[in-house]
Design a protein around this ligand. Structure first.
Ligand code: CP
Ligand code: NVA
Length: 309
């Protein structure tokens, strides 16, 4: 059976733990190598990854490219606007054709249904590089960063402030499987998807929803936010005004645990969702978080090919 990496909730705790463990081990094993050097075991030598982008990307594009190179394989970037996909060729036909050329497909798109349609019709692993609904690769990197910084994941409390968006969906799913608590402070109009919250609670996850940012960050080990206007969304003064009380400031960080870390998937908007003194301050772990996209995705690729988990 082909292993797709579509959403955190499609994997069980053992698989997620195996990916995190593999990422930490492989990261430690290559500290003396230059970034372009192949891992000693070249575990995906001869494997090719196609990456389809229907939205902009810096980290996902670059880290997946370097990930497959470090594993001994190769990649190609396909901008949907220059593909026949951009002229109406179906996702299903694109999936069938690409499956004849490459060993895995990563896609960043808008409608989550396009991702699942790709997986339904591909005969090679399909990886979610972000959809309007979720961003699971990002949260694997975030969990890796928490493990490195705090030496534990289960039992930690993550406070999310801001828009109830795609990144939050994957955090809520991960918390319910790997047993960390998620406290969400959002405006009423920008709450996380109700089905995601319900499913997480049914799995035994603790998801606290509040309108009060200070209540969410109380005793938090991790404070996390994201852009207020995601790709493809309309901005507008009303949305920005609703989100303004959810800005992560030094006062907010001071209400969390003293050793709490700050995470942000990036790109960031200093002065909107987070102040510069927080994102550039001593509790910020954002550069390690960004680096960990690479290490997490190497492990995700290895999991897709059945090398771990
Ligand atoms: N965090 C993240 O996915 O960044 P990019 O949009 O640059 O890929
Ligand atoms: N929520 C953001 C994440 C970017 C990596 C977006 O979808 O634009």
């Amino acid at each position: 059976m082909t292993r797709h990496f579509l959403d955190i909730a499609e994997l069980d705790g053992d698989a997620l733990a195996a990916i995190l463990d593999d990422a930490l081990t492989a990261k430690a094993a290559r500290t003396d190598k230059s970034k372009g050097a192949v891992d000693d075991d070249a575990s995906l030598a001869g494997h090719a990854l196609a990456m389809i982008f229907e939205k902009n990307s810096t980290r996902t594009r670059t880290s997946f490219d370097m990930a497959i190179r470090q594993l001994g394989g190769s990649s190609m970037v396909l901008e949907s606007g220059t593909m026949q996909l951009g002229r109406g060729e179906t996702i299903a036909d694109t999936a069938r054709v690409l499956s004849r050329y490459v060993d895995a497909i990563m896609i960043r798109t808008d409608d989550h249904a396009k991702l699942t349609e790709m997986a339904d019709h591909a005969s090679v692993p399909v990886i979610n590089g972000l959809t309007d609904r979720s961003h699971p690769c990002q949260i694997m990197a975030d969990m890796l960063t928490v493990l490195e910084k705090l030496n534990r994941l289960a039992g930690t409390k993550w406070a999310w402030l801001g828009d109830g968006n795609n990144v939050l969906t994957s955090i809520i799913e991960a918390g319910s499987i790997l047993k960390f608590d998620v406290a969400v402070a959002c405006p009423e109009s920008l709450m996380p998807a109700p089905d995601v919250v319900t499913a997480a609670r049914e799995r035994g996850g603790t998801v606290e929803i509040t309108r009060d940012p200070m209540a969410a960050v109380a005793d938090a080990d991790v404070v996390v936010t994201d852009t207020w206007i995601s790709m493809g969304q309309q901005g507008g003064d009303a949305k920005l005004a609703a989100l303004e009380p959810y800005q992560v400031t030094e006062r907010v960080m001071a209400a969390a645990k003293p050793d709490a870390i700050f995470l942000h998937c990036l790109p960031a908007h200093r002065g909107e969702e987070v102040t510069a003194d927080v994102i550039d301050g001593p509790q910020s772990a954002i550069w390690d978080e960004a680096e960990n996209r690479l290490h997490a995705q190497k492990a995700i690729l290895r999991w897709c090919f059945g090398l771990i988990g």
